[in-house]
Design a protein around this ligand. Structure first.
Ligand code: HPA
Length: 261
């Protein structure tokens, strides 16, 4: 079995992987660097979303290259992490297993099917995140005694600035639970690639206006690092217990190409 992990802000520790080595893949979207290693007989590919040293702002992340690289490595599952602000139904320190999202980004490339010769594909987003992986993530986080919220709607903003209180108030009225800057287009591209993909959102702060004080990246990083031991325990449990028994149909995402002729 092969498992891909996309580490978001604050998630850079791959010490749970044995025999790790740095690898670089050439993709049509540029070079992608990963750490390759093992846990038992499972092959793990760990990728830092923002590249090593967190160098890329959310608008500039190579989402297509990252997903393309994991797809070309034939991974069976992709687990991603995301730092988020709390809007509704959650508190700082919670682990939220996303089940839906809203897109408020403005300036990204959202599809692999945008070449001159490619078909016009409308991928289904009824269930954006993999049911198999979500179930396993919930089990693993519960085993790790993590404060866990089993469902949450992610609001994706363009960034890199944080939101205004009026924006957060609007997202709350619309049904958003957490806010971050990177899950779109990652979740969409993973679905287009027919990958089993799920995201655990780590609540690092209360969103603007909910928190009366101003937001800083320092607060996000500090709260994130408090959650790392639990996350690492959950990753280890998840990897060690993950099987190929699937209750999802992620691999059929493009079976009947949703094309307009
Ligand atoms: N807003 C957007 N992105 C974030 C936040 C937030 O409050 N916290 C962590 N990432």
């Amino acid at each position: 079995m092969k498992i891909g992990i996309i580490g978001g802000t604050g998630v850079y520790d791959s010490s749970f992987i044995d025999k790790s080595e740095n690898i670089e893949l050439d993709t049509p979207y540029g070079k992608v660097q990963l750490i390759k290693g093992y846990r038992g007989n499972k092959e793990i590919f760990f990728l830092e979303r923002h590249t090593k040293g967190h160098k890329l702002i959310p608008s500039k992340v190579n989402y297509k290259g990252n997903i393309y690289a994991l797809k070309s490595l034939n991974v069976d599952y992709v687990i991603s992490t995301a730092a988020v602000g709390a809007i509704n139904n959650c508190s700082v320190g919670d682990f939220v297993i996303l089940n839906d999202f809203m897109d408020f980004t403005k300036n990204r490339s959202y599809t692999f099917f945008d070449e001159e010769n490619s078909e016009v594909v409308h991928v289904d987003m009824t269930e954006p995140y993999c049911k198999t992986l979500r179930t396993n993530l919930i089990d693993a986080l519960q085993w790790s005694n993590a404060p866990i919220i089993k469902n949450g709607t992610y609001v994706c903003t363009e960034g890199p600035r944080f939101e205004s209180p009026a924006e957060i108030s609007m997202y709350k009225k619309l049904g958003g639970d957490v806010v971050g800057m990177t899950n779109v287009p990652e979740v969409i591209l993973a679905r287009e690639a027919a990958l089993c993909y799920a995201t655990v959102a780590l609540v690092t702060n209360y969103a603007a206006g909910i928190s009366k004080k101003g937001l800083t990246h320092k607060e996000v990083s500090e709260n994130m690092s408090k959650m790392m031991d639990t996350l690492k325990k959950a990753f280890i449990y998840l990897i060690d217990h993950m099987t190929l028994d699937k209750i999802c149909n992620c691999n059929e995402a493009l079976k009947e190409l949703n094309t307009l002729k």
